[in-house]
Design a protein around this ligand. Structure first.
Ligand code: NAD
Length: 458
């Protein structure tokens, strides 16, 4: 899209918002129903696009992208009228008689910038929230997952009101141009460096941002755990989408004397999932592109690879791989892995895991597998993370009643369910007073009697 047409598009959306059309609840509902129809009627094409972009299996495409978004729409449709209602709050005595409430109002025209790893869900779930809250929106899917991005760009104008919702395709140049425009909110999903670019650009107009970033997600595995269930859940959450998941476990911390038992059980589970030759397995994906393939290979240089390590530059295949006890200052422990390599660190006592985690930026997700309630409390009280999974990986994403977002370097703000609706809303404060009973205590002329009464009342 040319520069002129980007600014023209934003302008058109702003005009649509000003018309008030998007505020009508039945209109919002109709757009959500059309979005649901878009996904339902083109499921097979989305599965093919995700297969082409990321070699995603049909089951993963459905659970983590298509089905996820459809259930998000259903949940939103089911709850929309209650989310949009005025939210009554109590009114203290000195403001009586009166009524106080928060009135959710849409922000206006918002920008949604997606990442490539879940190219459908990461633009459509924020869009569901933006529509529900009554906004206009521009979607900028990632150029790296090009097939899915193009499919979205083709289909969205066929289903949604294109004077309210538009897709902009492109890479840095187009995103830079978009970021020069005035939006009322920006929701960005991606890496930290671009997150800073987005926030700097947003500062120009004092535009609020939601940054859904990443980082290294630690996973503590206590020896007092159900080992069979633990390794199944770790293997599932790590190697889904070939480890290219922002909340995939990045490194596991185990006690030294439990490490062999854990690794044996984990590698057996990997083979049960993907066979001894994952390259031939239809359920196992590929790395998105050459750059990320090389980045991941670089992490393996000079490391103690105790499992996997097979690679294929032609298909960007990297086997499920385990690296044992890398130096903490090596790239694999300094950067987010975001691929099928799992690091294992060992400690003498599992409580030492807390220091390892606290030595690093606050993670997007932290996992703990244990039956020990004291350890559970110690980890919850002494660490910080956007989201915590106790005895499971990533499943907090499946509960629409939980917000999803980071803290510190892993992001700011959150969405999913009502939290998404609220992210794209302003909760306008309203206090309605009665004309009846107008106590004059606050009005001049002041005197000590009035002041004494006010001191008692306030
Ligand atoms: P990416 O390369 O797809 O970039 C994200 C978006 O930023 C794209 O739309 C891209 O066009 C745009 N972009 C890239 N460079 C830009 C620039 N210089 N200026 C303006 N815009 C630019 O994705 P990525 O950054 O490789 O994403 C991976 C990261 O995202 C990981 O850190 C991962 O953990 C994180 N992530 C977070 C979540 C979450 O929900 N918190 C979800 C998925 C991924």
């Amino acid at each position: 899209m040319q520069r002129f047409s980007i600014s023209q598009s934003v302008n058109e959306l702003q005009q649509t918002f000003r018309s008030g059309r998007t505020k009508d609840l039945s209109w919002r509902r109709s757009q959500l129903i059309k979005l649901k129809a878009l996904i339902t009627e083109h499921q097979a094409e989305f599965v093919r696009a995700l297969q082409q972009d990321l070699h995603k299996s049909e089951q993963e495409a459905w659970t983590s992208e298509i089905g996820f978004t459809l259930s998000d729409i259903d949940h939103t449709l089911h709850n929309l009228s209650s989310w949009a209602k005025p939210r009554k709050v109590s009114t203290p005595l000195f403001v009586q008689p009166g009524k106080s409430y928060l009135l959710p109002e849409p922000l206006g025209t918002v920008l949604i910038i997606g990442a490539w790893n879940y190219p459908l869900q990461l633009v459509l779930a924020p869009l569901v929230a933006a529509i529900a809250a009554g906004n206009c929106a521009i979607l900028k899917p990632s150029e790296l997952s090009f097939t899915t991005a193009q499919l979205l760009a083709n289909l969205i104008p066929q289903y949604l009101d294109s004077s309210a919702y538009k897709v902009v395709l492109g890479a840095v140049e187009e995103t830079t141009e978009l970021l020069k425009q005035r939006f009322d909110h920006i929701l960005y999903t991606g890496g930290e460096q671009v997150g800073k670019i987005v926030m700097r650009a947003a500062a120009e107009y004092l535009t609020p941002v939601t940054l859904e970033l990443g980082g290294k997600c630690p996973c503590i595995v206590d020896s007092h755990t159900d080992l069979a269930v633990t390794v199944a859940r770790i293997a599932w959450s790590k190697w889904m989408n070939t480890g290219q998941t922002c909340v995939a476990p990045d490194y596991v911390i185990v006690e030294e004397n439990f490490a062999d038992t854990f690794v044996a059980a984990l590698t057996a589970k990997i083979e049960a999932f993907y066979s001894a030759n994952p390259k031939q397995n239809v359920d196992y994906g590929r790395i998105i592109n050459e750059r990320h393939y090389r980045r991941l290979n670089h992490y393996l240089e000079g490391q103690n690879v105790i499992y996997g390590g097979d690679v294929d530059p032609v298909s960007h295949y990297i086997a499920p791989t385990i690296v044992m006890s890398p130096k903490l200052d090596s790239p694999v422990m300094q950067e987010e892995i975001f691929g099928p390599i799992l690091v294992i660190l060992t400690v003498d006592k599992i409580q030492q895991a807390i220091d390892i985690i606290n030595d690093r930026p606050k993670p997007l997700a932290l996992y703990l597998y244990t039956k020990d309630k004291n350890l559970e409390q110690a980890v919850l009280q002494q660490t910080s993370a956007g989201n915590v999974g106790i005895n499971d990986g990533m499943m907090f994403m499946a509960n629409p009643n939980l917000p999803f977002g980071g803290v510190g370097n892993s992001g700011m703000g959150a969405y999913h369910g009502q939290f998404g609706f609220d992210t794209f809303s302003h909760l306008k404060t309203v206090l309605k007073r009665s004309f009846w009973f107008d106590v004059a205590l606050r009005y001049p002329p002041f005197n000590s009697t009035k002041l004494n009464w006010l001191k008692k009342l306030l």
